[in-house]
Design a protein around this ligand. Structure first.
Ligand SMILES: N[C@@H](CCC(=O)N[C@@H](CS)C(=O)NCC(=O)O)C(=O)O
Length: 245
């Protein structure tokens, strides 16, 4: 059985889309990133980067006990290898998918996250227009990259639906809030509409819809403690002793 440590964000939903599309059983473990679950010792032992999602496979098939994987792209490559689904078996096809998985992880994911961050800040921390323009333009470029790729083929890596499609999709669902208009990207929109209709995508996107935080009931002190924990994160010190010198 697979455990998925999860909170319903685009990085989590890419993995639930894949698990739903593959039709394999999994156990959802709530990792409430609004309450600090990402900093518990148990979570850090499987994800030293204190970010969800993370996966533990209790039956990896090598006879050596549970295997854990963090980083959503690595998790998706692992599930693809385990199931043999949504990943070409020939070397060219496989590396076509791998390069788009890495494109998403190195470009679309992090920069869309920053775009959302600066757009949400508004003016409360001063003039954000430089950052907002920089990231909104970069996202516009990404939509163009996908649009041009999809101009010539049905899916990102050709005729076959793969994990490259699943990993990119959840980050595009919020296109309006990203300052984009997908109607300007005809070929991207065709792909977007097709994926939006897929039952597996719909199931994956809705996982954890009931996981929510209601901060309105917290006292001012509790809110302050959460802000200290979650905002402006800096390095966690290594243990004082016992390390490799
Ligand atoms: N590159 C990582 C990014 C994961 C990530 O940023 N997760 C966010 C939610 S989408 C998180 O856990 N945030 C917790 C925090 O900011 O403390 C991946 O794709 O798995």
């Amino acid at each position: 059985m697979i455990d998925l440590h999860y909170w319903p964000t685009p990085n989590g939903k890419k993995v639930t889309i894949q698990l739903e599309e593959c039709g394999i059983d999994y156990n959802l473990i709530e990792c409430n990133i609004g309450q600090g679950d990402q900093f518990t010792d148990e979570f850090l032992s499987i994800c030293p980067n204190n970010r969800m999602p993370a996966l533990v496979d209790h039956d990896p098939g090598d006879g050596s006990g549970p295997l854990s994987v963090f980083e959503s792209g690595a998790i998706m490559l692992y599930i693809a290898e385990k199931t043999g689904q949504f990943m070409p078996s020939d070397i060219r096809g496989r590396y076509d998918v791998v390069q788009w998985v890495i494109w998403q992880m190195a470009n679309q994911g992090p920069k869309t996250g920053e775009c959302g961050h600066f757009r949400r800040l508004g003016e409360s921390f001063g003039d954000q227009s430089y950052a907002v323009t920089r990231f909104t333009d970069e996202l516009n470029r990404f939509y163009g990259v996908l649009n041009n790729q999809l101009y010539k083929q049905r899916f990102i890596c050709g005729d076959e639906y793969t994990i490259a499609d699943m990993i990119c999709y959840p980050w595009t669902v919020g296109w309006e809030g990203q300052g984009q208009n997908i109607n300007e990207f005809k070929y991207f929109k065709r792909w977007f509409d097709e994926l939006s209709e897929r039952p597996g995508v719909q199931r994956g996107m809705s996982v954890g819809a009931d996981m929510q935080n209601d901060f309105s009931k917290l006292s001012d002190d509790e809110k302050k403690a959460l802000r200290v924990l979650l905002y402006n994160q800096r390095a966690r010190p290594a243990p004082a002793s016992g390390g490799l010198e």
